[in-house]
Write a protein that binds this ligand. Structure first.
Ligand SMILES: NC(=O)c1ccc[n+]([C@@H]2O[C@H](COP(=O)([O-])OP(=O)(O)OC[C@H]3O[C@@H](n4cnc5c(N)ncnc54)[C@H](O)[C@@H]3O)[C@@H](O)[C@H]2O)c1
Ligand SMILES: O=C(O)C(=O)C[C@@H](O)[C@H](O)[C@H](O)COP(=O)(O)O
Ligand SMILES: [Zn+2]
Length: 361
């Protein structure tokens, strides 16, 4: 079992990565202020992993309330969040009840938000079951729901007490969802870890074949990168925004196409290609470096051409981005291969990058 430590000073916590992490009941129990948990999951994950977790907790003397939500990004809403509160209140869950998120990023984001606000805050634990959730959404404490006008528009920063990333859970993950997780993995290489980007180029076949050692390394390195960035800037007053590489374009794709049509990771992949085009236009990337980024994303089974929503529609959607400051859109930009920064783009470069990102390669 690999352990990554997240050192946010008021709330340090561990990320355990490895086969069997889901069965680390002692670690969970040690953190419970009261032997009572609510496991929030969805209709797809429940039949796969809920009963094993629930029975092990119950055998350990923990009272378990399962809450099963509908599955899908389109359900990351106020209405679904309310189902969690309805269940917690009906079962008279108290302030010392711990919420456990068992599922992908949608479940993690909603459970974290529910934990942040239920009775003004209860403890929560992340048990991520998708690759994306294991490398990204379960770590760092961003929680949210979507709004028809924009992604993750209502939420809170609220850290989990523990993250259990069980590699065995990935065995049941559909290929398309696995690829979506790879987008966020590749993102870390492009943000500030050229060595990891090159390791990914060398090991992409093994990763796509879900080789256990390669996967464990990629998840650990991704979590280390995320933990380092979040520890330096938990509330995104500066450098944490680097984790948004490809997301300004990507969130516009998700909202513009209708939540759930493009998976988050797919939209981020096409968004990173748009960011790479902007860098190419500005001379920060060569043609061959742009081709390396596109090639790696393609080998990971990801789309590299964005839907053509029209530049004006993209600009309208991107104007809702949470990084907008005094009306100006801030982008995560590529300085060179393996190094990114936060900055602005001229209207002309944005339009050229949007047009290039929507054209076939
Ligand atoms: N908080 C953050 O820092 C952060 C970071 C990245 C993404 N996100 C958010 O995460 C969400 C995307 O997460 P996701 O890609 O995990 O999507 P998801 O939660 O929708 O899960 C993807 C699909 O896989 C299913 N699934 C989950 N685990 C499975 C398993 N082990 N076997 C079979 N099927 C399984 C789910 O039911 C779902 O149908 C988006 O809402 C995105 O905005 C948040
Ligand atoms: O943790 C972060 O910070 C991230 O930006 C990680 C992203 O992968 C993730 O999609 C996040 O939810 C996006 O945040 P948002 O603030 O743009 O909604
Ligand atoms: Zn993301």
């Amino acid at each position: 079992m690999r352990t990554v430590k997240v050192e946010i000073d008021h709330a340090p916590y561990d990320i355990l990565i490895g086969k069997g992490a889901l069965g680390r009941i002692a670690q969970i129990k040690a953190l419970l202020p009261q032997p009572r948990v609510a496991i929030v999951t969805n209709a797809t994950v429940a039949p796969l992993y809920l009963s094993a977790l629930q029975s092990q907790l119950e055998e350990g003397g923990v009272n378990v309330l399962p809450i099963i939500l509908p599955d899908g990004e389109q359900y990351k809403t106020w209405e679904t969040l309310n189902l969690i509160f309805d269940a917690l209140l009906t079962a008279r869950c108290e302030r010392k009840t711990t919420l456990i998120a068992l599922g992908g990023g949608v479940i993690g984001d909603m459970t974290g938000f529910a934990a942040a606000v239920y009775q003004r805050g209860v403890p929560f634990i992340q048990i991520p079951t998708t690759l994306l959730a294991q490398v990204d959404s379960s770590v760092g404490g961003k929680t949210a729901i979507n709004h028809p006008l924009g992604k993750n528009m209502v939420g809170a920063f609220y850290q989990p007490k523990l993250v259990l990333a069980d590699l065995a859970a990935l065995d049941t993950l559909p290929k398309r969802e696995f690829s979506a997780g790879m987008a966020e993995v590749i993102k870390y290489g492009l943000i500030d870890d050229l060595e990891f980007f090159e390791w990914l180029e060398a090991n992409i076949d093994g990763l796509m074949a879900r080789d256990e050692a390669a996967l464990a390394y990629a998840i650990e390195r991704s979590c280390q990168n995320k933990a380092r960035i979040v520890a330096a800037d938990e509330k995104e007053t500066g450098q944490r925004a680097l984790l948004n590489l490809g997301h300004t374009f990507g969130h516009a794709i998700e909202a513009g196409m209708g939540y759930g049509v493009w998976l988050h990771g797919e939209a981020v992949a096409a968004g990173m290609v748009m960011a790479a085009h902007a860098a190419r236009i500005q001379g920060a990337l060569s043609d061959s470096e742009l081709a390396r980024i596109v090639g790696l994303l393609q080998k990971a089974g990801l789309p590299v051409v964005a839907p053509d929503l029209g530049a004006d529609r993209y600009l309208e959607l991107m104007a809702q981005d949470k990084k907008v400051d005094a009306g100006r859109i801030k982008f995560v930009l590529i300085e060179k291969l393996g190094q990114s920064y936060i900055g602005e783009l001229s209207d002309e470069v944005v339009r050229d990058a949007l047009a290039a990102g929507c054209r076939a390669h």
